[in-house]
Design a binder for this molecule. Structure first.
Ligand SMILES: [Zn+2]
Length: 347
């Protein structure tokens, strides 16, 4: 499911990177909240991506869509971030016709660039609008024949949605407050859109940037995901949506600045992994401290912490000390950065 390791709103760069909360802004007396959604065409989109990546032959109904998925994979790349240009525009779409309308606003051409400067595709120009509209047309071609798959997926998502409503619903405000208090400068008062889908490619969740500076859009796969793991994943992706709208004085950007100022002990990988690991730790602790003290972090259950042991060792202890009131936020961030220096290096 959701390692979300590569999960990123940064996408391929930017139709619009400097996002603001231009969509879904709430009144001054309201607090940021979640808007958990279902869309048959968004579910079909991710279903098709999973089928195209599978070793098994796709269901016959999906065959016309497989070429279109492969064309986008070839043009943009096949990982979660690569599809950000396409998926960022899916907000509000319920049908293939909606998708076509959304994609028709795309620029005719787009030059790819990597958020981390490490993509071999950086600098490649793609005919974005034509590519996206061909994909939308392929969605439209299979849409009428997908009844069986749609009904099955809708049932799976409806069950997960009921579980989320039951377990997270009464605690949602407390969880978001706990995240915003510790990670943000202030409540941005936005509605965070989270589309639940039955399946999506590994790691099973992603937040993409919406066009026109309209914030993030979260997608989370639910099939066979244990309820508290699903809730932690939704909160983790919500952190990405908050990160998009917060300014430089938020904790995550403050940490990024400290990492950048730290010199050669911090490399490009740390610049991504360390703030991202802090998101994992904080989402896990948010569930433990607001819903169930026996909750095990997704990072522990999935092996993410083991895989990213350098970042996890740097982040987890100081951040939990901060949450426990044993250190200030500033002290915790400084300890995180210091711990990345080689042993015996400067204090
Ligand atoms: Zn993430």
């Amino acid at each position: 499911m959701t390692a979300r390791g590569p999960s990123s709103y940064a996408g391929l760069a930017a139709v619009a990177i400097a996002a603001t909360a231009s969509a879904g802004v709430l009144r001054a007396d309201e607090a940021t909240r979640l808007d958990i959604r279902w869309s048959p065409i968004i579910d079909l989109h991710f279903h098709a991506r999973v089928a195209a990546a599978s070793q098994k032959a796709p269901p016959a109904e999906l065959a016309p869509l497989m070429d279109a998925v492969r064309k986008v994979n070839d043009a943009l790349g096949r990982d979660l971030r690569s599809w950000g240009l396409i998926e960022g525009a899916l907000y509000g779409c319920s049908t293939a016709a909606d998708v076509r309308t959304a994609f028709s606003d795309f620029p005719e051409r787009f030059t790819l660039r990597s958020p981390r400067g490490d993509s071999s595709d950086a600098g490649k120009e793609v005919e974005l609008r034509r590519l996206a509209l061909e994909f939308a047309d392929a969605l439209g071609q299979v849409e009428p024949t997908m009844t069986g798959i749609r009904e099955d997926d809708e049932r799976v998502v409806a069950q997960a949605r009921a579980t989320v409503a039951e377990r997270l619903g009464p605690k949602e405000a407390a969880c978001l407050k706990y995240m915003i208090e510790h990670l943000g400068p202030e409540d941005p008062k936005i509605v965070i859109s989270v589309y639940l889908v039955a399946d999506m490619p590994w790691p099973g969740a992603v937040t993409q940037l919406r066009p026109a500076r309209a914030g993030g859009i979260c997608f989370v796969a639910v099939r066979d995901v244990e309820p508290l793991q699903l809730i932690e994943t939704i909160l983790h992706e919500s952190t990405h949506a908050l990160d998009v709208v917060w300014k430089e004085d938020a904790t995550l950007d403050h940490l990024r600045s400290k990492l950048q100022a730290a010199g050669p002990s911090v490399d490009q990988r740390d610049l991504h992994d360390v703030p991202h690991t802090l998101m994992f730790v904080h989402a896990g602790e948010t569930v433990r401290r607001n819903i169930d003290p026996n909750h095990q972090h997704y990072g522990d259950v999935s092996g993410y912490y083991a895989r990213l042991s350098r970042a996890t060792q740097a982040v987890r202890g100081p951040w939990v000390d901060y949450l426990d009131g044993k250190a200030s936020r500033e002290e915790a961030l400084d300890r995180i950065v210091r711990s990345l220096a080689p042993a015996g290096g400067s204090p």
